[in-house]
Design a protein around this ligand. Structure first.
Ligand code: ACM
Ligand code: ZN
Length: 345
């Protein structure tokens, strides 16, 4: 007789399908092993500079163009041209999931207790979008523009239309809107951004990012969903109903919990599964960082500074696999195991 119950509501892994593209059967395999270890969230990092991975019917260039690049290995591409290709070009590397494929995956996962959480990056990590739709960046240059222009109403039209299709395909209550690592460099001189800041009484570009996230949150809330974002969404003022995913250590998560928000802990030091698991000379080339099984297992998300009441806002934990240096499913499994067991436990 076994009595068993989860300590936490959110028990997840993230797979970055942008830096390298994993065909749909890989996602089914990940769902199977998540279910086996009683985990219940598969967070898909669907968009980034290296490729857009979800069919969006209203914006076909996202997958005709921004889902393909001219070099298969991320490092070759990133240190090389950073150029996009077209679907069907002979040397094009990439791919995307159709809405039909994703709906089937969602259903399969749901029957196994796994929710697929989609992530659409904003306002940064979006060079692929501004290559396909250059009018969405401050400069309108189709090359090398990571940030959307929050001064441009067209940015909100685009993001809301995309999110409407995303929410139609993914029933997840939580919709991940990224929020990390925005350079905000062009916002400081862009006339549209400057006008927006003046009109809205925003004192710096952090508040301009917060304006974008809060406006998107309102839209997502009208559909009965909530946003979740990386801990940078705390900067410039946290959107009122947002859940925070704490990756730059645990302090952002602890701060958000103390402010009454739900938090998923995924601190880089312990739960970034792209870090090397053993001495680097014994391991495949990785992005860096050292995260052995002991390191991952040793993390206790119930920080002693949190009271019993505050701990109710600790929604759960998640191991993240960024895939700049992980081009195949076999390599991805090597990185997940055995550390994902430690996250599960
Ligand atoms: C992140 O690792 N940039 C969330
Ligand atoms: Zn701008």
């Amino acid at each position: 007789s076994i009595e068993d119950a989860p300590a936490m509501a959110w028990r997840g892994v993230m797979l970055d399908v942008s830096r390298h593209f994993y065909p749909i059967p890989t996602l089914y395999n990940v769902v199977d092993w998540l279910a086996r270890y009683k985990m219940n969230r598969l967070h898909l990092h669907l968009t980034d500079a290296a490729g857009w991975r979800m069919e969006i019917k209203r914006y076909p260039l996202l997958t005709k163009q921004a889902a393909w690049r001219d070099a298969a290995l991320w490092k070759t591409w990133w240190n090389g041209t950073r150029a996009y290709a077209h679907e069907g070009d002979t040397a094009a590397y990439g791919g995307y999931y159709t809405q039909k494929q994703l709906r089937q995956l969602v259903k399969y996962a749901s029957r196994r207790g796994v929710t697929i959480v989609p992530e659409i990056e904003m306002p940064a990590h979006s060079e692929e979008v501004t290559a396909a739709y250059p009018e969405l960046s401050c400069t309108h240059n189709p090359k090398g523009q990571p940030d959307f222009c929050p001064g441009n109403e067209g940015t909100f039209t685009f993001l809301q239309n995309v999110l409407a299709e995303v929410m139609d395909v993914f029933p997840s209550t939580d919709i991940h809107v990224g929020g990390d690592e925005a350079g905000k460099a062009k916002w400081k001189t862009c006339p549209d951004c400057q006008r927006r800041m003046k009109e809205e009484g925003l004192k710096d570009v952090d508040e301009l990012q917060s304006y974008l996230i809060q406006r998107i949150e309102k839209f997502v809330n009208t559909k009965g969903r909530d946003i979740i974002g990386w801990d940078e969404i705390l900067e410039g003022g946290l959107a009122p109903n947002a859940t925070v995913m704490s990756w730059r250590g645990t302090s952002g998560g602890i701060k958000a919990i103390k402010a009454g928000h739900d938090v998923v802990m995924t601190p880089g030091e312990f739960y970034y599964l792209d870090h090397t698991q053993d001495a680097p000379f014994k391991e495949p080339v990785s992005i860096g960082g050292y995260g052995s099984l002991e390191v991952t297992y040793g993390y206790d998300p119930a920080d002693p500074s949190l009271s019993a009441d505050e701990l109710k806002h600790l929604l759960g934990v998640q191991g993240n696999l960024w895939t700049e240096y992980v081009p195949t499913e076999e390599h991805a499994e090597y990185m997940y195991y055995p550390r994902a067991f430690a996250v599960a436990e």
